[in-house]
Design a protein around this ligand. Structure first.
Ligand code: CA
Length: 359
């Protein structure tokens, strides 16, 4: 009897000695999840957000809650992450919600819509402006709880083999551009093409397509578009501040202990902030390298921007008129965008423009 109680005490003592593990974690279950990303590991900034999250969740739970991140196509096709989380194939996903535009254009508000919110404004809308609730109501139909999962900041307008000087130059142009932006550009005669990242370069090289948009300098440089399409246009008005998202299956979410839920929430915030910071820190040097290599930087002219703006508004209004789920998000979102742009025009934009004048 005495010996047994001694062993018991010794065991308690030993585990108390391994003090690195918080007492709370010892009473909690070990959980292993799989996360399907839409992105290849070569996109270290975007795929990296999933790794930021998995590391933080593990460290916050004393190594008890492990989420393993898989690149696009490893266990789930890159553009079917929503489907995989909905079906319970994986517990978690990381993707860009506008990839699911074909299921319902309302998905795009979780990421980006043409002439939408910039990165700061998107975070403000989602976190403090009612966006989270609106999007979670929407995602409930897919059995998903969604979280912010990073932002690239305003993207570039893409790579063009020839200069685009007028709205007429868009007519008949074959461009790799997806979802919402493709539908808007169609109004101006452009022929949108859906092509996966790895197939863009050969299509541009052969002239099967005339232009392609991807992300911005840091990611575009890796794919080498500058060698086959020298004109690099800005801005990517269809992606002013595209937000990435983490998805968790509702059933799995509800099964998690409360402190594990907190760990996931905190980690998504961290991944969200770090991704934008990384892009902002890395893009200037990448752009400088591209320009040194002969890339010709161009801006879309005001008449082109105006024509695209009008077409975008027409498409959004038409969608709102026929799609109740879209309208439920669009109406308050539109008011939010208006107020944000009023406010940004007072302090942010004038100071930014002044600073830019001191090149
Ligand atoms: Ca893009």
């Amino acid at each position: 009897m005495e010996r047994r109680s001694f062993i018991k005490k010794a065991a308690v003592g030993a585990s108390a000695g391994a003090i690195a593990v918080p007492a709370l974690a010892q009473s909690q279950p070990t959980i292993n999840w799989r996360l399907a990303s839409s992105f290849p590991k070569s996109l270290d900034t975007i795929f990296g957000a999933a790794e930021t999250l998995t590391k933080r969740v593990s460290s916050l739970t004393g190594g008890k809650f492990n989420i393993r991140a898989f690149a696009g196509g490893e266990i789930v096709p890159a553009l079917q992450v929503v489907d995989a989380v909905q079906a319970g194939t994986v517990e978690m996903g990381h993707s860009a919600s506008y990839y699911y535009f074909g299921k319902d254009p309302a998905f795009a508000f979780d990421c980006a819509v043409p002439f939408g919110l910039n990165s700061r404004q998107q975070t403000a809308w989602f976190d403090q402006g009612g966006g989270r609730q609106l999007m979670r109501d929407f995602f409930k139909d897919y059995g998903i709880v969604n979280f912010m999962g990073g932002n690239t900041g305003c993207q570039m307008g893409g790579w063009f083999r020839k200069e685009i000087n007028s709205v007429k130059d868009l007519d008949g142009l074959k461009m790799r551009i997806g979802g919402f932006a493709g539908r808007v550009m169609q109004r101006l005669g452009l022929v949108p093409q859906q092509i996966a990242g790895g197939d863009i370069y050969p299509a541009l090289e052969k002239g099967t397509i005339d232009a392609a948009e991807w992300v911005g300098p840091y990611d575009d440089e890796k794919l080498g578009f500058n060698k086959v399409a020298p004109f690099y246009y800005s801005p990517g008005w269809w992606e002013a501040g595209p937000q990435l998202s983490f998805y968790v299956g509702i059933k799995e979410w509800e099964k998690l202990p409360k402190d594990y839920q907190s760990a996931v929430e905190v980690a998504t915030y961290e991944a969200h902030v770090v991704m934008q910071a990384e892009y902002d820190a890395k893009n200037p040097a990448a752009l400088a390298r591209l320009l040194k290599g002969g890339v010709k930087l161009r801006s879309f002219s005001k008449p082109i921007m105006d024509a695209c703006y009008k077409a975008a508004n027409d498409v959004m209004e038409e969608e709102a008129a026929k799609n109740a789920k879209f309208k439920k998000i669009y109406d308050p979102w539109k008011r939010f965008r208006h107020d944000q742009n009023q406010w940004f025009s007072v302090a942010e934009a004038p100071l930014q423009n002044y600073m830019i004048s001191h090149k």
